[in-house]
Design a protein around this ligand. Structure first.
Ligand SMILES: *[C@@H]1O[C@H](CO)[C@@H](O)[C@H](O)[C@H]1NC(C)=O
Ligand SMILES: *[C@@H]1O[C@H](CO)[C@@H](O)[C@H](O)[C@H]1NC(C)=O
Ligand SMILES: *[C@@H]1O[C@H](CO)[C@@H](O)[C@H](O)[C@H]1NC(C)=O
Ligand SMILES: *[C@@H]1O[C@H](CO)[C@@H](O)[C@H](O)[C@H]1NC(C)=O
Ligand SMILES: *[C@@H]1O[C@H](CO)[C@@H](O)[C@H](O)[C@H]1NC(C)=O
Ligand SMILES: *[C@@H]1O[C@H](CO)[C@@H](O)[C@H](O)[C@H]1NC(C)=O
Ligand SMILES: *[C@@H]1O[C@H](CO)[C@@H](O)[C@H](O)[C@H]1NC(C)=O
Ligand SMILES: *[C@@H]1O[C@H](CO)[C@@H](O)[C@H](O)[C@H]1NC(C)=O
Length: 802
């Protein structure tokens, strides 16, 4: 353990480093002696040893608040910290951990609980020394040289003069984020036969896929790799002749820092950075790329024996200006909006072969785009027209590649996607046809139509009211619409997508409505078992409370509309019953209950899970508002209406039902009350109701997801306010976000994300509807695709309007 004088010494050193980054070298020795130890501190690097010339430092570097790496970094590059090696890249430690060289000569990193996180595995070390080349060497106490050196255990970077022998390995970082140094998917290896190879691996088993870059021929088993500071990475062959791996003519190597890093995108790049010359304070804020391999990472990674390629599944790769991008095809979005390399998923339900109608889909062409996973069908000769037809008619075909009279049909998941101007062929991508149905009436209508004015009330307190009014509305509507040709709903179209069940069947399926799953604004939900297709499946049967008898066609029209609405983040309607007075809906069963019980229950979901849920709901709502064939306003977004499936994917329930209960613009303002806490203010004023009411409710719910507490809470902590939306704005404007997530380490350590989410939520809960972003914009803001500006006080605009 450190003595207090050592602590003072370190404090002094790091203070010096902060105040005079360039002069610290003179104060620091390169040696770590026995009995010495170091603890991470605050958000500044903590120095343990510095190379004699002062270029490299060894100690703790801070990542996110309260995450530290024991690392080596370029001590004089102060714009950004450039880490060249770290001991615990996969396991950052927290405050309270310490690194020490024990009295008997063992280097060890202990976490805050005293558990050993890392040790080089050698004992009897006399001292550790930071060498000028950037090599951390542990000196054997018997004077026999190095017991261990960091140059022999590189992470993702090698430095000039560093050698890599056979069996040597670099592993890319997982993501370019400044807070993540953990092992990623790309490797550089010097194989036993002396060839150098770049390959991807499957995580977490680390099974290596085929090389995407390989030196040609056998160079001899005795060869090794060296970083030549005047030209780049070279392979030294057995007969000592040199072979370039990368090449750059570095004119005066003494004037540059250099490193070669296997980057998170799979490209191995040689970088340079001008060395700070004394007295000249202006330096570039980034490293310059001198050379790199492979020439085009997107075309290099071929998938034949599995793996997703250079990007994640269903995404395609673009390499331009030395930058790799992983992009999603039209109507697909990132699986993880925070991480484009995780691949993409369709925004729509994948076609099912047992209910496939080619009329629901169309093909969109992506020129010069190839997908290199194996085709399940290869048709030749076949021209593009026939190829399109063939893919459209085939429920399994998600993309067809048409090139030079060949037609290759491929299924999900797609991999090895890339765009390459020289390719010449094209991908024909299957997506749902946008205008396959005329928009149903009522709240659901075309995007550009004027806002619908409804007076409506939601929630339990207004329940009786709702029923009354909706009954009247349905009566009015059905008699009104019988006269219009639109009302001629063909029942076969309903049957085509949804199953119509008899009341008897559902009664049996639910054990005479024995098990209640929940009660909502529209009725009671029961658990049941039904035979669907060939298998038995759990279902949720919703018994709608007393709808108007005459509404049969109306009801079928709505079922038809809801049944055609497919999205990963919506609870799918499977069927219905409209026998006599009975109106029942049959949904997929969601095994993990509602977000409300998860979020406010005992075992709170992790930060990651909460983020996934928030993103999922945003995508689902964005789809309802803007992407499905007709706009649907949900009108009752709250955690009780977000269900979680087997994989804890968020699924919005009860969408489209608002239409059944509230319609037409004819209703006048009545006593309005909503689900307390989630209702947009315009419900209370004589204002148009638009999709922005859902944005408001989403904003409230987003804050609840971030903070794991209810919007309105009468018992709250000393510092917290009873109304989350108000308190959140106060915390945000006073820069006290940590108070919002007081006992949530995970949230506190994802600071930037936290800040972004709260800012997005505050935009959503602006009292003036036009100030709120659309759900599409919200999705982009959450994903980080667009900047989030500082939100104003949510109440600031409303006061001037009324
Ligand atoms: C580091 O230790 C070695 C061996 O004891 C010694 O030769 C060298 O002078 C030390 N360096 C410093 C700066 O103390
Ligand atoms: C570095 O490479 C150049 C040729 O590119 C060669 O002449 C020189 O000897 C190499 N330096 C070392 C130390 O191998
Ligand atoms: C060294 O060996 C390689 C093949 O192993 C050969 O191509 C090259 O010409 C040799 N160089 C010398 C100087 O012998
Ligand atoms: C590496 O490539 C450069 C440029 O093509 C060439 O001038 C140099 O001689 C090569 N070095 C070796 C060792 O092959
Ligand atoms: C030193 O400053 C000059 C301009 O004053 C600039 O052109 C030059 O690039 C700087 N040198 C370094 C190493 O940054
Ligand atoms: C420093 O960070 C900025 C922003 O992330 C980046 O643009 C720049 O390239 C980085 N500079 C270095 C030296 O890595
Ligand atoms: C990014 O995606 C990779 C690939 O799936 C994943 O392993 C990694 O955890 C992600 N990185 C972040 C920062 O989430
Ligand atoms: C396109 O993908 C196929 C695999 O389906 C592959 O054989 C072919 O080489 C690729 N073409 C180009 C130009 O990348």
């Amino acid at each position: 353990m450190a003595s207090s004088s050592q602590h003072k010494h370190q404090l002094f050193l790091s203070l010096l480093l902060v105040l005079h980054p360039l002069s610290a070298a003179a104060q620091t020795g390169p040696n770590v002696t026995r009995g010495s130890s170091l603890s991470p501190q605050g958000n500044k690097p903590a120095l343990w040893a510095q190379s004699p010339a002062g270029d490299f430092a060894f100690g703790f570097v801070p990542l996110q608040p309260n995450q530290f790496l024991l690392a080596i970094w370029f001590a004089k590059i102060t714009t950004n910290l450039t880490v060249v090696w770290s001991a615990n890249r996969d396991q950052p430690v927290q405050t309270g951990s310490s690194a020490s060289l024990t009295r008997n000569g063992r280097l060890s990193l202990l976490d805050h609980n005293g558990q050993e996180v890392w040790s080089p595995g050698v004992g009897d070390v006399a001292y550790a020394t930071m060498l000028d080349a950037g090599n951390l060497a542990l000196m054997a106490s018997d004077g026999m040289g190095y017991a261990w050196q960091s140059f022999e255990h590189p992470t993702d970077t090698i430095l000039p003069t560093q050698v890599m022998n056979k069996g040597g390995l670099l592993s890319s970082r997982r993501s370019p984020s400044a807070d993540d140094y953990s092992v990623g998917r790309f490797q550089l290896r010097l194989l036993p036969d002396g060839n150098l190879c770049l390959n991807t691996i499957a995580l977490p088993t680390e099974h290596a896929y085929e090389a995407y870059w390989l030196t040609k021929g056998t160079l001899g088993t005795g060869s090794y790799l060296v970083f030549n500071q005047s030209s780049g990475i070279q392979e030294v062959q057995e007969n000592s002749s040199l072979v370039n791996v990368t090449y750059a003519n570095i004119g005066s190597p003494g004037h540059y820092y250099q490193r070669a890093t296997l980057d998170p995108d799979g490209v191995f790049r040689h970088y340079t950075y001008p060395k700070p010359a004394t007295g000249n304070g202006s330096y570039p804020d980034s490293w310059t790329v001198a050379s790199f391999i492979p020439e085009n990472i997107c075309s290099a990674v071929i998938v034949e024996k599995g793996g997703s390629g250079a990007c994640g599944f269903n995404s395609y790769c673009q390499f331009a200006n030395n930058q790799k991008a992983c992009l999603c095809p039209e109507r697909y979005s990132y699986v993880d909006p925070g991480n484009s390399s995780k691949g993409c998923m369709p925004d729509f339900a994948e076609p099912r072969c047992d209910a496939y109608d080619s009329a629901d889909f169309e093909l969109t062409a992506m020129p010069n785009t190839n997908w290199t996973n194996a085709a399940y069908e290869w048709l030749s000769p076949m021209q593009e027209d026939e190829c399109r037809q063939s893919c459209l008619e085939d429920c399994r075909c998600m993309v067809a590649i048409s090139k030079d009279g060949d037609c290759l049909k491929k299924a999900m998941p797609l991999s090895g996607g890339r765009v390459d101007p020289g390719y010449g062929g094209k991908s024909l991508f299957k997506i749902p046809r946008v205008d396959s149905t005329p928009p149903p009436p009522g709240l659901s209508r075309g995007r550009k139509s004027p806002p619908v004015i409804v007076s409506a009330m939601l929630g339990c307190s207004a329940f009786v009211n709702i029923l009354l009014i909706s009954a009247i509305a349905l009566l009015f509507l059905s008699s009104h619409r019988k006269r219009s040709p639109r009302a001629q709903i063909d029942s076969r179209t309903v049957g085509g997508h949804l199953q119509a069940f008899s009341y008897h069947t559902l009664e049996a399926a639910t054990g005479k409505y024995g098990e209640i799953l929940g009660k909502g604004a529209f009725g009671t939900v029961y658990k049941g078992v039904l035979t669907l297709g060939e298998a038995e499946a759990l279902v949720a049967v919703k018994k709608l409370d007393k709808l108007a008898r005459d509404g049969e066609k109306e009801f079928r029209a709505e079922m038809n509309a809801i049944g055609r609405t497919h999205h990963k983040n919506l609870v799918q309607l499977l069927g219905f019953c409209d026998e006599g007075p009975h109106r029942l809906l049959v949904y997929e069963f969601m095994s993990n209950g509602s977000l409300a019980s998860y979020l406010f229950g005992e075992n709170k979901p992790s930060w990651d899970q909460r983020m996934q849920i928030a993103f999922g709901v945003a995508r689902g709502l964005s789809y309802l508002h803007e992407e499905c064939s007709s706009q649907t306003i949900h009108c009752d977004i709250k955690p009780e209406n977000i269900l979680l499936d087997d994989c804890f994917t968020a699924r919005i329930s009860d969408f489209g039902l608002a239409k059944l209960l509230m319609r037409e613009q004819t209703m006048t303002q009545t006593d309005i009350r909503g689900t307390k806490g989630y209702v947009a203010p315009e419900w209370f004023k004589k204002r148009a109701i638009t999709a922005k009411v859902d944005v408001y409710s989403f904003g409230v719910m987003l804050l609840e997801i971030v903070c794991c507490r209810k919007n309105i809470e009468l018992e709250f902590g000393s510092d917290a306010g009873p109304i989350l939306t108000e308190w959140a704005y106060d915390c945000y404007s006073e820069k006290r976000l940590d108070a919002l997530v007081e006992h949530d380490e995970e949230a506190r350590s994802n600071w930037r994300m936290l800040e972004r989410l709260v800012a997005v939520a505050l935009w959503c809960i602006q009292e003036e509807p036009s100030m709120r972003p659309s759900m599409k914009k919200v999705t982009q803001m959450l994903e980080g695709a667009v900047e989030v500006s500082v939100p104003p006080d949510p109440t600031s605009f409303i006061s001037s309007m009324y």
